[in-house]
Ligand binder design. Structure first.
Ligand SMILES: NC(=O)c1ccc[n+]([C@@H]2O[C@H](COP(=O)([O-])OP(=O)(O)OC[C@H]3O[C@@H](n4cnc5c(N)ncnc54)[C@H](OP(=O)(O)O)[C@@H]3O)[C@@H](O)[C@H]2O)c1
Length: 128
């Protein structure tokens, strides 16, 4: 299954200055770790810089889609961002995992909610 996981602020904020906009949130990090174990994680080149260290831990494989074509043809993978990578894969994403962060501040990139169909958005698995 092609899935995607993202943490979003109250207004779909996703990133700021190449990082997450909010201070580290351990409940969100635990949720991300839980849902990415034993998965192939696909990310864009900017996001790769911050998650490359997860490659090999808990049987994860982290693939930078801009420099490594091993993701092509995969039918089981987890898209982990950033904004342009979620947008790129949106039509193919069968399950969205979203973590709502209690954050109202600035961002320089947003989750591309407009790229998703209503049926995809109805079936989101939210972090509780
Ligand atoms: N909140 C979250 O859950 C979460 C998760 C991941 C990342 N983030 C945040 O998102 C921000 C980064 O997002 P982003 O969209 O700038 O970064 P990204 O998706 O990691 O990388 C995209 C950049 O790489 C380029 N690129 C080159 N080849 C590409 C390809 N084959 N596919 C896609 N992109 C390619 C894109 O160019 P074009 O623009 O020309 O396509 C764009 O400049 C950071 O602040 C990061 O912390 C947040």
């Amino acid at each position: 299954m092609i899935a995607a996981i993202a943490a979003i602020g109250r207004n779909w904020q996703l990133g700021l200055h190449g990082r997450l906009p909010w201070p580290q949130d351990s409940a969100d990090m635990d949720w991300f770790i839980q849902h990415t174990k034993e998965r192939v994680l696909l990310c864009g080149p900017k996001t790769f810089e911050s998650i490359a260290h997860l490659d090999g831990s808990h049987d994860r494989m982290v693939i930078n889609i801009a420099t490594d074509d091993r993701w092509m043809g995969l039918d089981d993978a987890m898209i982990v961002g950033g904004a342009s990578t979620y947008r790129h894969f949106a039509p193919h994403i069968e399950q969205l995992y979203l973590s709502q962060i209690d954050y109202d501040g600035p961002a320089d990139c947003l989750f591309p909610v407009e790229a998703f169909r209503p049926d995809q958005l109805r079936n989101v698995i939210w972090r509780k």
